[in-house]
Design a protein around this ligand. Structure first.
Ligand code: AP5
Ligand code: ZN
Length: 216
């Protein structure tokens, strides 16, 4: 199964991706996570991506597209994958279509987690993430068993540098101008599924599973 997850920053893509990837045994490929890993390891890719990410801007298409193509030809992607945070521009979506059709493959669906703007700021500023395993929590909506510690690995949680109010506003503007057009891109190809992302986390997951049963 090959799925693209769409949705504004803070829609819950990362949160749902973890559960989808476990249930359907497909790798969760998050471009944001790959960039953050490269930043923490100080690689040339990380150094290039950092200034864009800290400012809430997109990393240039060419860099991102090549990085994703390299990832999609790895062995664990043979039976499918879940793309989280890619594509994010029409150019990236077209590159993905070309990549797939050259291999005689296609996406099963582009799944939009639909959340209106007014929910986003509280979700983002209250988010805490695990720097060790990547798990994501929220100080109000998705709390940990021990305050400030990751339930999965026990590491101290941190706040992402791009989760400040100012940067979140910039990321929302970038989403509206560059990523939102992908909704029509996939709708026109009859590939779009939409789930209401304002429900509770478990309910969103249930809705996603129902939708996916209809497309696979
Ligand atoms: P990325 O890491 O992809 O960030 P994003 O798309 O902005 O998405 P987020 O991770 O912020 O949100 P999410 O939807 O995963 O929400 P989450 O599940 O954590 O990208 C970061 C940066 O990398 C970009 O700005 C860009 O610079 C660069 N980049 C990445 N991909 C790129 C690309 N393709 N091209 C160019 N540049 C790229 O949930 C958010 C919070 O809400 C959490 O605290 C969670 O616990 C809580 N929550 C989740 N669901 C619910 C719910 N149903 N109810 C209540 N709370 C909830
Ligand atoms: Zn952890």
């Amino acid at each position: 199964m090959k799925i693209v997850l769409l949705g504004p920053p803070g829609a819950g893509k990362g949160t749902q991706a973890k559960s989808i990837s476990t249930k359907y045994s497909i790798p969760h490929i998050s471009t944001g996570d790959i960039f953050r890993k490269n930043i923490s390891e100080n690689t040339p890719l990380g150094i290039e991506a950092k200034s864009y990410m800290d400012a809430g801007k997109l990393v240039p298409d060419e860099v991102t597209i090549n990085m994703v193509k390299d990832r999609l030809v790895q062995d664990d992607c043979k039976n499918g994958y879940l793309l989280d945070g890619f594509p994010r521009t029409v150019e990236q979506a077209e590159a993905l279509q070309e990549f797939l059709s050259a291999r005689g493959e296609k996406l099963d669906t582009a799944l939009l987690i639909d959340v209106q703007k007014e929910f986003i700021l509280e979700r983002m500023t209250g988010r805490r993430v695990c720097p060790s395993c990547g798990a994501s929590y929220h100080i109000k909506f998705n709390t940990t068993k021990i305050a400030g510690k990751c339930d999965l690995c026990g590491a101290d949680l941190i706040q992402r540098k791009d989760d400040t109010e100012e940067t979140v506003k910039e990321r929302l503007d970038v989403y509206e101008s560059q990523t939102q057009p992908l909704i029509n891109f996939y709708k026109d190809k009859d590939m779009l599924s939409v789930v209401d992302g304002t429900q509770e986390i478990n309910q969103v997951f249930e809705s996603i599973c129902k939708l996916l049963e209809g497309v696979i």
